[in-house]
Design a binder for this molecule. Structure first.
Ligand code: AMP
Ligand code: MG
Length: 341
């Protein structure tokens, strides 16, 4: 959920009004300025409809989604897909290329063997299982083909390959909802499982919307807040969001496709971007890449800014200069900040 603040201003103003619900297996929320509360039900309806539509196309958990159909025919056939799948997959493959496979939308077999699909394992997979799953994770083996008079087709070149667009689908869903809500000309903040996008201002003169950034070492605490201006998006990838516990150790849901192991050494990454899909894809990619390699891919996304929280003690925050400008840290985090060029 976004955490909203009513700081500033010389007289007390009413905080925004919100509605929260569950969608795409996570929490969703819309907020509007208090003086525009009457618009909230319509905004909620737009967002809820858009999220449901995307879930039906992109969920790996739904047997009848377009994505499940592509997976079912892996190694066999070109499968026609709707525009949502075509757009999201195309962008996912771009980030895969830019990140040299650190971000990979064919990560499905690794999610499976690490117990994120069936929860039936109690220890990390054996090397032979890891090798077999890794061999199936290869974004270059996805053939996406636009056609002039019919739908785009997608083919996975090996049997048992599995697309998983969990790193980007929520961001895309937020953008779709945003485009449908914007013509209502009411300010709002939209959230889907930590993928946020804002329109207008939380109240006149605020300059946008302020949201909290969670402390990954203690989810109930904040590192600070960040100001989002009109149209901007923020996404956070965290090791606390989803994890499995195997032989007493926690493993988070973001895989390093190069090793086949869940990423270790990173607690959280937050990205500020012009669209929610870009923020979502990059937050996952930068979680895998870490700050050094991550900065190289950020150069290809000049409007994006990032914050990394490595999983180490004492804690450190690494931020790009543009992120720092928007960030307002809580007292205890101020000494832990390093700006990366
Ligand atoms: P997010 O919370 O946006 O960082 O996305 C995490 C989700 O993306 C996981 O639950 C998987 O479904 C998927 N995923 C995990 N590792 C990767 C990866 N290296 N590249 C792309 N998607 C991934
Ligand atoms: Mg993501």
């Amino acid at each position: 959920m976004p955490l909203l603040f009513s700081s500033g201003g010389c007289r007390a103003r009413q905080p925004p009004v919100s509605v929260n619900w569950l969608s795409m297996s996570t929490s969703a929320g819309v907020s509007a300025p208090a003086d525009q509360a009457a618009a909230l039900p319509a905004l909620h309806a737009d967002a809820s409809k858009a999220f449901t539509e995307i879930e039906q196309s992109l969920s790996v958990f739904r047997a009848n989604s377009d994505l499940a159909e592509v997976n079912r025919h892996a190694g066999e056939a070109d499968v026609p897909v709707n525009t949502h799948v075509a757009v999201v997959l195309d962008y996912a493959l771009r980030i895969a290329r830019e990140s040299n496979g650190a971000f990979d939308p064919t990560v499905g077999p690794l999610m499976q063997i690490w117990g994120f699909r069936t929860n039936t394992i109690s220890a990390p997979p054996e090397p032979i299982q890891l090798a077999a799953a890794r061999a199936l994770v290869d974004w270059r083996a996805v053939a996406i083909q636009p056609h002039t008079n019919s739908r785009t087709t997608v083919r996975l070149n090996q049997p048992d390959m599995r697309l998983d667009l969990g790193a980007i689908a929520k961001g895309y869903a937020v953008d779709l909802a945003y485009r449908r809500m914007q013509p209502r000309q009411t300010a709002f903040m939209l959230d889907l499982g930590g993928n946020l996008r804002v329109y207008g201002e939380a109240a006149a003169g605020r300059g946008g919307w302020r949201t909290g950034i969670r402390n990954p070492f203690d989810r109930n605490m904040l590192i600070g807040t960040i100001l989002m201006t009109n149209g901007e998006a923020v996404a956070t990838s965290g090791n606390y969001e989803r994890f499995v516990t195997l032989t007493g150790k926690r493993y988070a849901h973001i895989m390093d496709p190069r090793t086949g192991w869940p990423v270790q050494g990173m607690a959280g990454v937050t990205v500020l971007a012009p669209s929610a899909m870009e923020a979502d894809a990059l937050s996952t990619a930068l979680f895998v890449l870490g700050p050094e390699a991550g900065l190289r891919i950020l150069r290809l996304h000049p409007d994006c800014e990032a914050l990394w929280v490595p999983d180490m003690q004492p804690p450190r925050l690494l931020v790009t200069p543009g992120f720092k400008q928007r960030l307002s840290l809580t007292e205890i985090w101020r000494d832990h900040l390093t700006t990366v060029p």
